[in-house]
Write a protein that binds this ligand. Structure first.
Ligand SMILES: [Zn+2]
Length: 110
């Protein structure tokens, strides 16, 4: 790596004027603004069992929406329910089953 590439790698861009600022300088030498130090945190790891829990939540939500869509006449709702909602709720239910099974599979194999 040449010294020019090292200087590029150790420099960061000023958020105010866009010119390169050495990474060890707290102020931009061109516009004298304070350059905030950005520290990237590692990506959050998925909590164990969160996909299973989310899958069961989708299953429950799909069942409730499907129940309300089917019984919308007898429940005397102030609005009409589109018949497509029943199919979408079934898809939500199946998606929840798939997510729960995937979470269970990853939990078993990990
Ligand atoms: Zn600047």
């Amino acid at each position: 790596m040449s010294s020019f590439q090292q200087s590029i790698a150790s420099a960061r861009q000023c958020v105010f004027c866009g010119k390169p600022v050495p990474s060890n300088h707290p102020h931009c030498p061109h516009c004298r603004e304070v350059v905030p130090k950005v520290r990237l945190a590692p990506a959050p790891t998925a909590v164990k069992g969160s996909q299973i829990r989310r899958g069961f939540l989708y299953i429950l939500l799909g069942l409730i929406i499907h129940f309300v869509a089917l019984r919308s006449d007898s429940l005397n709702l102030p609005f009409s329910v589109n018949p497509a909602v029943s199919y979408l709720a079934a898809m939500l239910f199946l998606g929840g089953v798939g997510l729960a099974l995937y979470g269970l599979f990853t939990k078993v194999t990990a």
